[in-house]
Write a protein that binds this ligand. Structure first.
Ligand code: PLP
Length: 424
């Protein structure tokens, strides 16, 4: 079934998540029909990376088999088609994020590179000795380490917004931490380790009252909820294509034009210049100023197909469906004896991060895998937040648009089995 037809079906019947036909969605994901260790695959490692719909796989295959060419420089038909499709991917992302301008969408490799780009260009230009960068206690390493590197270089200080025991940001503390020394706030819209969804719109408004720009890490949020960068009024927003049902190696940095236009280049090379002599180089305008060298052409095309796919399903429909599934799973998991959930925020999405009494997460992960259940175990590239909760690792099961209540039931059954096998 085409995405358009599917979307039509949903719109016509949508009444909360009831109109969302997850079985039809699943048919679009060829990988989901396989067995692992002789058991049907239950893929619950979506916060790590999501599976790809046929529409994305086909778009990549079509590019490579029908019009593979370099972009912006070929004087032939294939090159024109490639350029059109590559820039078409940018236009689709612009609409997906509701960015006001095409030029505000910069292609990067992933969310990590997006944060590093801002730290190394905007940060290097504006952050001085004695200044402060403010992040939160629940950040992924991708939104910690680039700022630490910048602070070390500049003699600036990294400050951290604390969280409570449920995994929610302490907003009073946040406001107190903002000062004339604060040069940027970097916050995740959704925590990969806890599932907490942060009130970024309000936090941005608060920062702006203090004249401080805000970078939002959308790596976890962008595939679970509709994002509107104009409404949110963030200064920068980053996400990775591979978590958004698209290919690896492509990500997005959205930046307000007023910032991008004043930022120096990130890397030097072809495609990012206006003129080059041995004495002097003049740089291109955004977004090309930040895109040196041959880009990930297939990545943009695949990401464009992923965005089309999600738009077809409707982000509001996906969010409603996943909200329902999340509540179902929270109730079901609470019945597992000895299961301790880390992250119980009121606003939470699609992540269960938990411990089983007396069972090491690595053992649980392995025994779940043997039963066909794919989860992640470990520190989730978020050491500080795990330290905050006094644990060294958790088991993380995370949801996507194709997961079902039956799969949650399978997870719960498998957890009972893990307890039995471990003698817990
Ligand atoms: N930020 C968050 C909240 C994440 O969950 C992740 C990845 O898990 C990242 C950033 C980094 O994403 P990537 O490794 O694709 O750059």
């Amino acid at each position: 079934m085409s995405t358009a037809t599917l979307a039509k079906g949903i719109e016509e019947t949508l009444d909360g998540p009831i109109g969302y036909d997850v079985q039809r969605v699943r048919e679009d994901f060829p990988i989901l029909t396989q067995k692992v260790h002789g058991k049907p695959l239950v893929y619950l490692d979506n916060a790590n990376t999501t599976q790809k719909p046929r529409q994305v796989i086909d778009a990549l295959a079509t590019y490579y088999s029908e019009y593979n060419s370099n972009v912006h420089r070929a004087s032939h038909l294939l090159g024109e088609r490639a350029t059109e499709a590559y820039e078409g991917g940018r236009a689709k992302v612009q609409r997906f994020l509701n960015a006001s301008r095409f030029e505000e969408i910069v292609f990067v490799r992933n969310a990590t590179e997006g944060v590093n780009l801002v730290a190394q260009t905007f940060g290097r230009k504006y952050v001085k000795e004695g200044d402060e960068i403010l992040i939160s206690a629940m950040e992924h390493h991708a939104n910690i380490v680039p700022w630490q590197l910048l602070c070390a270089e500049k003699g600036a200080t990294l400050r951290v917004i604390p969280i409570n025991d449920a995994g929610e940001l302490l907003l009073d503390e946040y406001e107190k931490l903002l000062s004339p020394r604060t040069k940027l706030v970097g916050i995740t819209q959704m925590s990969n380790a806890l599932g907490t969804v942060n009130p970024v719109k309000e936090m941005i408004a608060t920062a702006h009252r203090h004249g401080v720009p805000v970078l939002v890490d959308g790596a976890q949020s962008a595939y679970h909820m509709a994002v509107d960068v104009q409404d949110m009024d963030c200064d920068f927003f980053v996400f990775s294509g591979h978590k958004l049902y698209g290919p690896t190696g492509i990500g997005i940095l959205y930046g307000k034009s007023e910032h991008l236009e004043n930022m120096p280049p990130f890397m030097g090379g072809g495609d990012m210049i206006k003129t080059v002599t041995f004495e002097e180089t003049t740089f291109g305008d955004p977004p090309y100023r930040f895109e040196a060298g041959t880009p990930h052409i297939a990545g943009s095309i695949g990401l464009g197909a992923a965005v089309d796919y999600l738009t077809g399903l409707g982000m509001a429909n996906i969010a409603a469906y996943e909200r329902d599934l999340m509540a179902y799973g929270t109730a079901a998991l609470s019945e597992v004896p000895g299961l301790r959930m880390m992250g119980t925020a009121k606003h939470k999405a699609s992540v269960y991060s938990f411990l089983l009494d007396g069972i090491h997460p690595n053992d649980a992960g392995e025994l779940l895998d043997r039963q066909g259940i794919a989860v992640r175990v470990g520190q989730h590239c978020a050491h500080p937040v795990l330290q905050r909760f006094g644990v060294t690792a958790t088991v993380r099961a995370s949801l996507a648009c194709y997961n079902t209540r039956e799969e949650i039931d399978a997870l719960v059954r498998a957890l009972h089995k893990v307890r039995e096998l471990m003698g817990a």
